[in-house]
Design a protein around this ligand. Structure first.
Ligand code: NDP
Length: 256
């Protein structure tokens, strides 16, 4: 197999949670461009269906948009069923869905803390278990979790303790599942992006820019398209000996 062939996802199917905008959309596009059929799932079913139709047109792949709440067991199971129904298979899960709420620790209401963990940790876990059962049965599968540099640093000037703790859990769950599922043919890795321009991260806001952008080695934010190639790499045979890795892509932010 030539080196570029090892990146091909031809004949494979991926689920991308939260895939209709931001990083998730770039991941869905990257996977489709590499040859995969894709299921995009988020709570906004209409937005998922719209993004899927546009991507199918653009890439010529089968791309399906569904309503999905990753924190709900039935919904998670339906997403795997949707992939099997639309394409007859499931090979890749990209756990991208996530939320971040800025609030100082002393002011966080209990339901807000739970909402962040329900989405970022519990939802990622549910999706991994549901897809993992399918992967175990077929003896192959790859999971790419979207972690964050917030698992390693404390962001400033805003406080977001629930998010930071949730992403640390994502990194450790990545390693835990990687170790347990390696004998089953399932690889589990994570990407830890720095600041990427999306609705979640107001990178141009003068309140945040001095700390988020100006204070970093490359002194710029990333575009979602700059993170997507690594997700394709981790989903593909090009990374066949990698499992339990957390790949930091942050323009050098965590060096200081
Ligand atoms: P966005 O807010 O732009 O997109 C988040 C997506 O997740 C939306 O499509 C949203 O759709 C979906 N989502 C949220 N909750 C759920 C749920 N319960 N079930 C299904 N889908 C859900 O964020 P980004 O693109 O910036 O972030 C994507 C991932 O990357 C997140 O995990 C984030 O933590 C991570 N990340 C982002 C960074 C950045 O700088 N932007 C840096 C590091 C990591 P809907 O609300 O309709 O469900």
């Amino acid at each position: 197999m030539s080196v570029l062939d090892s990146f091909s996802l031809s004949g494979r199917t991926a689920i991308v949670t939260g895939g209709y905008r931001g990083l998730g959309l770039a991941f869905a596009r990257g996977l489709a461009e590499a040859g995969a059929d894709v299921v995009i799932g988020a709570r906004d079913e209409k937005a998922s269906a719209g993004a899927a139709a546009a991507l199918a047109e653009e890439t010529g792949r089968t791309v399906v948009g569904i309503g999905l709440d990753v924190a709900d067991q039935d919904s998670a199971e339906r997403s795997v069923a949707a992939a099997l129904e639309a394409t007859g298979r499931l090979d890749i899960l990209v756990n991208n869905a996530g939320i971040c709420i800025h609030r100082p620790a002393l002011d966080i209401p209990a339901d807000e803390w739970r909402e962040v963990f329900d989405t970022n940790v519990h939802g990622l876990w549910l999706m991994s278990q549901v897809a993992g059962r399918h992967f175990a049965q077929q003896g192959a599968g790859t999971i790419v979790n979207i972690g964050s540099i917030s698992a390693q640093i404390v962001n400033r000037p805003q406080w977001q303790p629930a998010y930071n703790a949730s992403k640390a859990a994502v990194h450790q769950l990545t390693k835990s599942l990687a170790a347990e599922w390696a004998p089953l043919g399932i690889r589990v890795n994570a990407v830890a992006p720095g600041y990427v321009k999306t609705e979640m991260a107001p990178v141009d806001d003068p309140e945040f820019k001095p700390r988020w952008i100006d204070d970093a080695p490359m002194q710029r934010y990333a575009l979602p398209e700059e993170i997507a190639p690594t997700v394709v790499y981790l989903a593909s045979d090009a990374s066949s000996f990698m499992t339990g890795s957390v790949v930091v892509i942050d323009g050098g932010y965590t060096l200081f």
